[in-house]
Design a protein around this ligand. Structure first.
Ligand code: ADP
Length: 302
């Protein structure tokens, strides 16, 4: 707290080989964290070394969605070790026992800061983990948020990552500026629902990222439709209206002068919600679902 000399952020270097994706949204509750988690798991299951920085001050729900909500990071000398996620426990067929309970954390062996080595790996650090007490309410403001972001990027031993995801707080606040300063190479994925009001604020979030010279690589529309439980999946109930994702993509494309595509349209899915609640992301727990299929396609496009 205060006064420490700042370490370099490895991912901010121009020669960094780590792909950095910042997942942004205009408002909360549109599924930004769910998308982040599922894309990260998809990539880790493909054999990549993936890290997630949960910088969503309002939500910080990423650890729970990965089943490590109660795990605290360990510290080795000056460095914080990110919490490793056991990929086999995420609901994949033939999986292990699940819970990442406290105490089973110290055996990452110092190789890369993430569990596993030959295949993919996933580790996470959350702004919630930096609080002294879990139930503590912190009124994060600009400079403090900036410090927390820097801490999660430079004081955490990430090792060599192929991909780093940042789950951003919703909106267009200070974190966009921090991001532009510390991670100039980050590419931005904008998440929105089909709803007019959500799309409008999502456009603003995308524009903010672009003002910080970050490329917006695409838009994910979430909660796009509900496959009708009575008539069958071809009947789509448009619970939140339609067109928000396409609208954000078209507006940002026109504004930036390059193509910002809609990367996917994810339906409302009970398993997506319940999987997030119990730490079993749909991409691994229910891979045959339409929602998991779309998430997998989005991961392939990144
Ligand atoms: P955000 O990060 O934008 O605040 P979350 O990812 O936390 O949003 O999602 C908010 C809530 O909506 C969570 O309970 C999540 O499980 C649920 N949710 C998100 N996407 C879907 C979806 N496609 N179908 C059903 N529930 C969803």
């Amino acid at each position: 707290r205060g006064g420490q000399t700042q370490r370099e952020i490895p991912f901010g270097r121009p020669d960094s080989l780590t792909k950095v994706y910042a997942i942004a949204s205009g408002k909360g509750g549109v599924g930004k964290s769910s998308v982040t988690v599922n894309l990260a798991v998809a990539m880790a299951l493909q054999g990549r070394k993936v890290g997630i920085v949960d910088a969503d001050i309002y939500g910080h729900s990423v650890p729970a969605m990965l089943g490590v909500g109660d795990v605290r990071p360990t510290q080795v000398e000056e460095m914080i070790m990110p919490v490793p996620v056991e990929l086999g426990a995420l609901g994949v067929a033939g999986s292990g026992d699940g819970s990442g309970d406290v105490g089973g954390l110290t055996s990452t062996g110092g190789t890369g800061g993430a569990a596993g080595s030959a295949t993919g790996a996933l580790s996470v650090i959350s702004i919630g983990m930096l609080k002294p007490r879990r139930d503590q309410v912190v009124a994060w403001r600009g400079p403090m948020l900036d410090r927390a972001l820097v801490q999660m990027l430079s004081d955490v031993y990430w090792g060599d990552l192929d991909v780093l995801f940042l789950d951003l707080p919703p909106g267009t606040g200070d974190i966009a500026i921090s991001l532009g300063q510390h991670l100039p190479n980050a590419e931005v994925v904008v998440v929105t629902t089909p709803q007019e009001a959500a799309a409008e604020v999502a456009e603003r979030a995308g524009t903010m990222a672009s003002m910080m010279h970050q490329r917006v690589v695409g838009v994910v529309e979430n909660m796009s439709f509900l496959p009708c439980p009575h008539c069958g999946p071809e009947h789509r109930l448009e619970v939140f209206g339609s067109g928000g994702g396409a609208r954000v993509a078209a507006t940002l494309s026109a504004r930036f002068g390059y193509d910002v595509p809609v990367l996917g349209e994810i339906p409302l899915d009970l398993d997506l919600r319940s999987g997030g609640d119990v730490g079993r992301p749909i991409i691994s727990a229910t891979p045959g679902s339409v929602a998991a299929g779309v998430l997998g396609e989005v991961a392939d496009k990144l």
